[in-house]
Design a protein around this ligand. Structure first.
Ligand SMILES: NC(=O)c1ccc[n+]([C@@H]2O[C@H](COP(=O)([O-])OP(=O)(O)OC[C@H]3O[C@@H](n4cnc5c(N)ncnc54)[C@H](OP(=O)(O)O)[C@@H]3O)[C@@H](O)[C@H]2O)c1
Length: 251
C-alpha cells in the first residue's frame, strides 16, 4: 500500500473531492483525520472507510477559525505521533454566472479571502509539525487555468492563482526541511457536480468535451493521483502541479 503508516488530515472531507481523497488515502493504508463543517457528512465518509477496513477519525471544525485549525492539527500530531499529509478541500462559495462589471465587491472578494485564509491556516498548522518531523506533504486542489469564454467564472481563477502563489512560496521555504507542496490541477470533475444542480448535464458534457482524452477525471481518478503524489513514490515532486485534466488544461 502506498500510504501505510501515514497520518493524513483532510479538510472538507465531507465534500465530493475531500471524500474521494479520504477514501483513497485510507485504502492505501493511511490513517485519515476528516475535518469539516458538517459532522454528519464526515461521519458518512468515515463509515464507508471503516466498512472496508480503513481507519478514520472525524472532527467538526470551521476551517476559517484559526484556533480550531491549530488545535485540531496539534491534537492529531499528538495523538497519532505525527502529521504526514495535509489536504485542504473546503469549498469557497463562488458567485458564478455574473459578469465582473455587475458583481458586488463582497461577492468577488469573499471566496478569495476564504481560500487564502483557510489555505494559510491549514498549511501553517501542518508546516510546524512537518518541519519538526523533517518530512510531510501539503496538497492543494484547483490549479491555474484560463478564463472560460462565454461563461462568467467570477473570482474562481483569482483564487486558484492565489493558492498557486502560496504553493510556490511555501515549497521554497519547506524544501530544506523535507516537506513537499504540490497542487492537483483539474479541468473539472463531472461526478463532483451535485445531482439535480442546475445545468449539471450541460456542464458535465462541456468538461468532457474540453479534454483531449474524451474523458474527464472521475472522483476515483482524483483519489488515486492524490494518493500517489502524497506517497514516498513521489518523493522528488515539490513546487509542482499535477495535471489531472485529461488534456483540457495544457502545460
Ligand atoms: N469539484 C471540482 O471539479 C473542483 C475543481 C477545481 C477545484 N475544486 C476545488 O476543490 C475544493 C473541493 O471541491 P468539492 O467539489 O469537493 O466541494 P464540496 O463538495 O462542496 O465540498 C466542500 C466541503 O467543504 C466544507 N466546508 C466549506 N466551508 C467550510 C469551512 N469554513 N470549514 C469547514 N468545512 C467547510 C463543506 O462543508 P458542508 O458540507 O457543511 O457544506 C463541504 O463538505 C473546492 O475548494 C473547489 O473550489 C473543485
Amino acid at each position: 500500500m502506498l500510504l501505510e503508516g501515514k497520518r493524513a488530515v483532510i479538510y472538507g472531507a465531507g465534500g465530493s473531492i475531500g471524500g474521494a481523497v479520504a477514501r483513497a488515502f485510507a485504502r492505501e493504508g493511511a490513517r485519515v483525520f476528516l475535518a469539516g463543517r458538517t459532522l454528519a457528512k464526515l461521519d458518512a465518509v468515515a463509515e464507508q472507510i471503516r466498512s472496508t477496513g480503513g481507519v478514520a477519525h472525524t472532527a467538526q471544525l470551521d476551517a476559517l477559525d484559526q484556533k480550531a485549525v491549530e488545535e485540531h492539527a496539534d491534537a492529531v500530531a499528538a495523538e497519532a505521533g505525527r502529521l504526514d499529509i495535509s489536504f485542504n478541500l473546503i469549498s469557497h462559495d463562488y458567485v458564478q454566472g455574473t459578469p465582473m462589471a455587475e458583481m458586488q465587491l463582497d461577492d468577488y472578494l469573499s471566496p478569495v479571502i476564504t481560500a487564502v485564509r483557510t489555505t494559510f491556516l491549514a498549511w501553517r498548522a501542518a508546516s510546524r509539525h512537518m518541519v519538526r518531523q523533517g518530512s510531510g506533504v501539503i496538497l492543494a486542489f484547483g490549479g491555474e487555468g484560463h478564463p472560460v469564454r462565454g461563461y462568467y467564472l467570477g473570482p474562481l481563477q483569482v483564487t486558484f492563482h492565489a493558492i498557486e502563489s502560496m504553493r510556490r512560496q511555501l515549497a521554497s521555504e519547506l524544501g530544506a526541511h523535507g516537506v513537499r507542496v504540490v497542487t492537483l490541477r483539474t479541468g473539472g470533475v463531472p461526478e463532483s457536480i451535485p445531482e439535480g444542480a442546475p445545468g449539471r448535464d450541460v456542464i458535465a458534457a462541456g468538461i468532457e468535451e474540453a479534454t483531449m482524452l474524451g474523458r474527464a477525471a472521475t472522483l476515483e481518478d482524483v483519489g488515486n493521483v492524490a494518493a500517489f503524489v502524497a506517497s514516498d513514490r513521489a518523493r522528488t515532486m515539490t513546487a509542482a502541479t499535477v495535471n489531472v485534466s485529461g488534456g483540457a488544461l495544457v502545460d
